[in-house]
Design a protein around this ligand. Sequence first.
Ligand code: ATR
Length: 270
Amino acid sequence: GPKACVIGWPVRQSRSPMIHRYWLRLYGVAGAYELAEVPPEEFESFVGNLADRGFVGGNVTVPHKEAAFRALGASEPSASALEAANTLWLQNGVLCGANTDGFGFLANLDAAAAGWEGRRRLAVVLGAGGAARAVAAALAERDFARVTVVNRTASRAFEVARLAGRAGEAYGPDDLPELLAEADLLVNATSLGMTGKPPLEIELAPLSRTAVVTDLVYAPLETDLLAAARARGNVVVDGLGMLLHQAAPGFERWFGVRPEVTDELRRIVV
Ligand code: ATR
């Protein structure tokens, strides 16, 4: 059967094998999903010879997403916009790629908080790394009037805000209280609050209780941010769903089945 892999350095921490192997079993697909630990200096040659290695495609994780984009022979708009790819496949021998992080982010909110985009005046995105880039672009796509990127390092905030086009605006941490007072959606796209990282220290008092709050961090599943937001009555969405939903388009390409994100899968991966 067809074989795919996740390419990373290191790669042992990746949850992708768990997700794809669950779906392979669930749908009775005679395929395989492997781990490929590939150092940066070998990445280009590895993806240049995917077919010879027996792979129909794969996922790309840290630190290879930008190198993956540069290696593409054909790129979907999702990858071109972010200059990073996380999903690869071969079509007539050409290496094709997409970035499904934005799709996963939106699909998770659609599934976990139906009606979340009822108000789209202002979104606050905390952070300016790869995840924040995908989120900012995705929110502009869903027509948020203002996509405000708040980051400790201002230059990175501007760079990410640019991806939201005319809706994009960059701010520093001092501006956060004023932004929260008008926000319809708050997204933590920093690594703060993750197990082993410093806490995300933010005062939610100015935030409306009708705002939706989501965290991309999924370990712990309920971050301090989500617990605090839930306690004051906000609708909250955890980050695990984004991880699961971003995997679906790749599985469909490689194995021909559109997979479902089930509660059982959530329990397995968490
Ligand atoms: P990824 O690509 O995985 O999304 P990243 O590039 O490591 O993550 O970015 C992490 C984000 O968390 C950045 O926005 C970073 O802020 P800077 O751009 O100023 O570095 C933010 N971050 C990490 N540690 C932080 C801290 N102690 N205080 C404030 N922001 C922090």
